[in-house]
Design a protein around this ligand. Sequence first.
Ligand code: ADP
Ligand code: MG
Length: 533
Amino acid sequence: MEKLEKFAAMGLSENILKALEAKGFEEPSQIQEQTIPLLLNGDSDLVGQAQTGTGKTAAFGIPIIERLDEKSKQIGALILTPTRELALQVADEINSLKGDKKLKVLPVYGGQGIELQIKHLKKGGIHIIVGTPGRIIDHLERGTLKLDNLKFMILDEADEMLNMGFIEDVEKILSQTSENRRVLLFSATMPQEIMRIAKNYMKDHKVIKIQKKAVTTDLTEQIYFEVSERDKFEALCRILDLEVDFYGIIFCRTKHDVDTTTTRLIDRGYDAEAIHGDITQMQREKVLTRFKNKKLTILVATDVAARGIDVNNLTHVINYSLPQDPEAYVHRIGRTGRAGREGTAITFVTPDEYRKLMFIKRVAKTDIKKQQVPEINEVIEAKKDRIRNQISDIMEKGISKGCREFARDLLLSGEDQGQNLEDLIASVLQFALDDELEEKSYAQIRQVKSKKNEKTRLFIGLGKKEKINPKKLVDLICSETRIPSKAINDVAVFDKFSFMTVSADDANTIIDAFRRKKGKNHIHIERAKELGK
Ligand code: ADP
Ligand code: MG
């Protein structure tokens, strides 16, 4: 558990810590670090502002889970979100954070049949409701939802709710909740209107604002390579060989990836070191000292392990695995292009990750350009150039006595044996370089087949028997993913199953989204056949 040290120090229960570990959270984000302790104790209201992707959901989700009583028969928390997608996402995040605690979370949003929601609400036993404002008002007006005993009222993504014109609805809901509930407002930005809500509906409230990280500097060139997973290592070696003064960090997702990549680099003759959570403090310091002094120029790291490193004059940052979210991307690449020096951030993307990269690009508001992995002959020419320069340098600075005498010997005995000069120099080079200049020492990189335009037919284990029609099916898929309905084509519904055509990329997203569902929410979805061109 030592990884979760900071979370544990906040006084979180063993149950939550276990859930955090399962989710792979290691350290609280800034907004979490400041809000969780505040919400675990006392009863002040709160306004929390932090950029998108900084973990605001867990910032309020964790304390709510800790503080609600699973034995209570009343709804303890209402979370308002601007869209049903967000409602479902927040409900998901809370369910994955609650561990073994028996808290029931119900998403309540427009577009889903109201009768079903009423049934769930009547049955009771619900502790947390995540809903969109319109539908919540609908239930309040019908008397099917009571908020008298609410302990927490959360306005999530408040600026979005304002943008979408929900503010009046939100105020109406706020006015119907009991006096002593805590109001928590989370938002990426804080327009005037939002501050007014805070003033009108909150008692003594705390404001926690996390400064926006400087977005990427113009001095960082950002590029990406499309490579398949198995070619990433080869692509990495080509970059390392091409870039003379490489001084950089190679980011991997997991400790295991860090270890494997480092070992492979060392096996191929590079001086590389790894840092991640399982490296001892002593080893870590040793490695970092070498790295800071540029005795070591290739560092392989996880995001978390790299967090504390105060080196920012790197020539390169390599995203060997795609960062988890836009914030991590900005954080990673912020280590190059500082202090007037130019830097390059290179991201490897597999065809399946293309959509995620575009998301990062959009949210981080940066320009990431596609480039081809350098060709083998390009890399070899670059190496030769470097050797030529080094030879000229040596000649300029003066050749050592030992080498000069040995050269004379070699020339003389060569002459005696009738060798020519070309053979002699070539042999000396081969002795020094082994097969470094041979094409065969590089593996081929396969052209990735871009899946962007490929179509996939999906089989869905739901049909007319389940009262499904094409529209309902599309709505269901759209509400669970962020895929727009127009991206779904040729829907065919049969008695027990259905089919639809989507892009290969969307197919992955859909299969992933439903794979995690358990129990009666589980729907069997698989590829029917590939329709690739
Ligand atoms: P926000 O609401 O601020 O935009 P989210 O709550 O949606 O951000 O979180 C963004 C992503 O970051 C989610 O995938 C979430 O699981 C993940 N995340 C949140 N907190 C942490 C953490 N402490 N460590 C690692 N990942 C985290
Ligand atoms: Mg959010």
